[in-house]
Design a protein around this ligand. Sequence first.
Ligand SMILES: Nc1nc2c(ncn2[C@@H]2O[C@H](COP(=O)(O)OP(=O)(O)OP(=O)(O)O)[C@@H](O)[C@H]2O)c(=O)[nH]1
Ligand SMILES: [Zn+2]
Length: 199
Amino acid sequence: MSPYQNLEEYNIEIANDVKSSYTKIIGELGEDVNREGLVKTPERAAKAMMFLTQGYKQDAVEILNSAMFAESYDDMVIIKNIELYSLCEHHMLPFFGKAHVAYIPDGHIVGLSKIPRVVDVFARRLQVQERLTHDILECINNTLKPKGVAVVIEAAHMCMMMRGVQKQNSVTTTSGFRGQFEKIETRNEFLKLISSELS
Ligand SMILES: Nc1nc2c(ncn2[C@@H]2O[C@H](COP(=O)(O)OP(=O)(O)OP(=O)(O)O)[C@@H](O)[C@H]2O)c(=O)[nH]1
Ligand SMILES: [Zn+2]
């Protein structure tokens, strides 16, 4: 199975079920599902939701394994400012922000683009920010088996902005560290190198 499955490959029956669920929701919200602007909305919304949750169909381990190269470089590799969009599992509203990922190779490096791909695989699911952080961390740790891995995510949650507590400026930061990043000096070096992005 390709790790880059796209919408066309989704089970058509699931897509149709999601579509009819949206038709029902829109009707129950008091709207006329047959008015011109809304006729195609259930289909569009189903496609959008299936795109935003396509991570369930993708295999992050396979993505990393597809581009691992033997290399003796054993200093820190940092990919910072990886934009991410996810859906909070409590309200199914977006949370979005940036991920900063670092690892210290142990005999193998990975194709740089694969790190943001792994972020997307786990972000495109129903998530909480804490689990998203650990999913990325553990996947890289267990697959690439580096000397250390670090993940920091800073994100804004629409469920805290558009509704509920209605705070427009709060940012949530989560982090996880494994291996050499558990040592305070290594962790601080990483945090310093990404600190221009954390404000
Ligand atoms: N820890 C964590 N909480 C989250 C995340 N996304 C949303 N939440 C929180 O999930 C909680 C759900 O709490 P509930 O009291 O069950 O839901 P609610 O009545 O809609 O809560 P309010 O948002 O406070 O109105 C809220 O406090 C949200 O802020 C996340 O990624 N991590
Ligand atoms: Zn929420």
